[in-house]
Design a protein around this ligand. Structure first.
Ligand SMILES: *[C@@H]1O[C@H](CO)[C@@H](O)[C@H](O)[C@H]1NC(C)=O
Ligand SMILES: *[C@@H]1O[C@H](CO)[C@@H](O)[C@H](O)[C@H]1NC(C)=O
Length: 416
């Protein structure tokens, strides 16, 4: 009895020592235990406010309702995309006489509580954008100096998620400002996911503090609708991964920004790259696309359950770039079931599919026998290991995404 207890305590102390339970790091609101999934207006719909000229695209109640309906009908909600969010440009340019934020009267004629009700009735959660500065990035009123009053508005409107941007404020102020706003959110008593843009505005972000106060945070530049933007973000995340990968875990996530999938700038191969690498990074999966016009092959990428499962793996351990050479790279993530997700990305643009042949060492996985499953189902399942090199052919600006599942025979081999 006592021996078992001592043994268990030893394991616990060891686990704490190894940082397996970094409980003093996480924002303890019980939310975002896996990376948030959903849909946000910004990347596709930006700050379109002219509903007469662009009735299908303006940031409005209509856009939110039709998107939520589509998400239900087309299986997005069921697949896990359960946050629907309004980014910048939802406000009137002035606060009211009592200093309250006012949603745009024409575009949100029934106010924000009506949006929340519509979403909640269908099983969604409601995400809303604000900015820690005096103004939002597009020039609408920001929260600075009105923090408590604005949080009261969010609570009255049943908001479930706040994305707090960082325009129009001194970036040195953020190290205190973001935690302060987070404390007020906590004091409100309403569970609200807290998404911070804090590190994106700073040169040497204090990730220990950020991970303690935010559920997710935008590390770097805004994504734009192009392969070059996506490519630049992947390079930056690979080059800087040692600074922040370790802070990710249940309740706290690095955010490389929204999914471009289904819009104008990415080919199907490039869309598959983003979905694969984002799931390795345990990134929030926030679509921003017109669901009335998205082509079926892009919808299929967004709804790939095997890849969603990798993103949402309960371990919450973020993967990283483990190898790069000749404009090709391998991104790897260890999963809770003992298997590995491995994305082979080809960034070359010289034509034919490129052959990558690598050792266990390059892939950073143990030498053993695996069942290898192609997550985009372009190839048959195959066996690999316990020796040899793994070979695959990857399209230009494309990806091969595999799950390496250790074979049962490995255990038998070990015990015999
Ligand atoms: C506030 O913080 C406490 C302690 O960290 C936590 O237990 C609680 O769930 C939080 N409440 C909200 C509404 O975020
Ligand atoms: C490859 O790795 C090197 C060294 O880590 C890095 O400087 C470079 O930017 C990487 N290239 C790409 C395309 O990721």
């Amino acid at each position: 009895m006592l021996q078992t207890l001592i043994k268990e305590m030893g394991v616990l102390i060891l686990a704490v020592f190894l940082g397996l339970f970094p409980f003093n790091l996480a924002l303890d609101n019980g939310l975002a235990l896996t990376p948030p999934m959903g849909w946000l207006t910004w990347q596709r719909f930006r700050c379109i406010t002219d509903c007469e000229k662009y009735p299908n695209e303006c940031i409005s109640e209509t856009l939110i309702k039709r998107t939520a309906d589509r998400m239900v009908d087309e299986g997005f909600l069921e697949a896990g995309y359960n946050y629907v969010g309004i980014d910048d440009c939802w406000l009137e340019k002035e606060r009211d006489a009592q200093g309250h934020l006012v949603p745009d009267r024409k575009r949100f004629p029934n106010g924000m509580k009506a949006i929340a009700d519509y979403l909640h009735d269908r099983g969604f959660k409601f995400a809303l954008y604000q900015d820690y500065g005096t103004k939002t990035c597009m020039g609408y009123p920001g929260v600075l100096g009105h923090e408590a009053r604005d949080i009261q508005s969010f609570v009255n409107w049943d908001v479930d998620y706040i994305k707090l941007d960082g325009c129009y404020v001194d970036k040195a102020k953020m190290d205190e400002g973001y935690p302060y706003f987070g404390k007020l959110l906590n004091d409100s008593g309403r569970p609200i996911v807290y998404s911070c843009s804090w590190p994106a505005y700073q040169d040497n972000p204090n990730y220990a503090s950020i991970a303690k106060h935010c559920n997710l945070w935008r590390n770097w530049d805004d994504i734009q609708d192009s392969w070059s933007s996506l490519s630049t973000i992947m390079t930056w995340f690979g080059d800087h991964q040692d600074e922040f990968t370790k802070y990710a875990g249940p309740g706290r996530w690095n955010d490389p920004d929204m999914l471009l999938i289904g819009n104008f700038g990415l080919s199907l191969d490039q869309a598959k790259v983003q979905m694969a690498v984002w799931s390795i990074l345990a990134a929030p999966l926030l679509m921003s696309v017109d669901l009335d016009t998205i082509r079926p092959e892009f919808k299929e990428v967004l709804l790939n359950r095997d890849i969603i499962d990798i993103d949402q793996d309960s371990f919450g351990r973020q993967g990283s770039r483990v190898w790069n050479k000749s404009k090709c790279e391998i991104w790897r993530r260890k999963l809770s079931d003992g298997s590995y997700a491995l994305a082979f990305v080809n960034r070359r643009d010289d034509g034919a599919p490129y052959s990558i042949k690598v050792s266990f060492d390059s892939m950073k996985i143990p030498n053993q026998a695996y069942e290898v499953i192609d997550l985009y189902k372009e190839e048959e399942e195959r066996s690999f290991g316990p020796e040899g090199e793994f070979e695959t052919r990857v399209n230009p600006s494309g990806v091969k995404f595999y799950k390496f599942i250790p074979k049962k025979s490995n255990e038998i081999n070990r015990t015999t």
